[in-house]
Design a protein around this ligand. Structure first.
Ligand code: FES
Length: 236
């Protein structure tokens, strides 16, 4: 196995020939934002939030799927990169419904954290507002396509780690969505083992455990007044 020496943000670092820019950067304490990447899963290069520049090239490269090379000179942060990352994030927000205030993972969401981290204060694009369905047919879990960012983590963890291959993707472009088995309701899936790994790795509120997220929310002090109000309204 060859070991290469390269530069990342002006620092001399080294990495194995089978390692990506993202891996080597993180090994050296250099942070690159990611969304579809998750340690332990095969890379897909789906979100493009990990884009970096290579000195001497006009192109942008996804750090999670670009292998290191000898004498590579990587730039992980620049006004151009920040601008593109913000645009990508805004496009993700504009494509589906990511209204945090009514989401079960509000306050515990990787997409929300990224928006804060990258300084996204608003979305400059028109919202598509496509009416995506919610699949609540599974006894323990639910799937809200409106919250899905198509990172495909669920597909990879189900196939590569659990070995079930319940999830896949159907459709193209803005109509793409994850499906269980041959587009059956999740609750009728014959391959789903109910392990919940897909729920664990989902970076948004697309896949959630029924009741659990709401129960966690209700433990937060700021939620108490609303809980009391809802209880009062529910009284006969
Ligand atoms: Fe690299 Fe998504 S983290 S493309």
């Amino acid at each position: 196995m060859r070991i290469y020496t390269l530069r990342i943000d002006g620092r001399d670092v080294s990495g194995r020939e089978d390692e990506t820019i993202l891996t080597v950067a993180r090994q050296n304490g250099i942070d690159i934002p990611t969304l579809c990447h998750l340690d332990g899963l095969a890379e897909r290069g789906a979100c493009r939030l990990c884009i970096v520049e290579l000195q001497g090239s006009p192109k942008l490269y996804a750090a999670c799927v670009t292998l290191v090379k000898q004498d590579m000179d990587v730039i992980t942060d620049s006004p151009r990169i920040r601008d593109y990352r913000r645009k990508i994030l805004e496009l993700i927000f504009a494509e589906r419904n990511h209204v945090c205030s009514v989401c079960v993972v509000n306050g515990n969401c990787e997409l929300q954290n990224l928006a804060v981290k990258l300084g996204m204060t608003h979305v400059r694009y028109d919202y598509l507002n496509l009416p995506h369905p919610v699949d609540a047919s599974h006894p323990r879990f639910s799937l809200d396509h409106n919250r899905c960012v198509l990172c495909m983590r669920c597909i990879r963890v189900c196939k590569d780690i659990e070995g079930a291959h319940t999830w896949d993707i159907a459709g193209r472009g803005i109509h793409a969505r994850i499906i269980s088995d041959l587009n059956q309701p999740w609750g009728e899936s014959e391959t789903c083992t109910g392990c919940g790994k897909c729920v664990q790795v989902c970076p948004t509120g697309a896949l959630s455990e029924k009741g659990k997220s709401v129960a966690e929310m209700t433990k937060r002090p700021e939620f108490l007044p609303y809980l009391q109000m809802m209880r009062k309204e529910a009284e006969p």
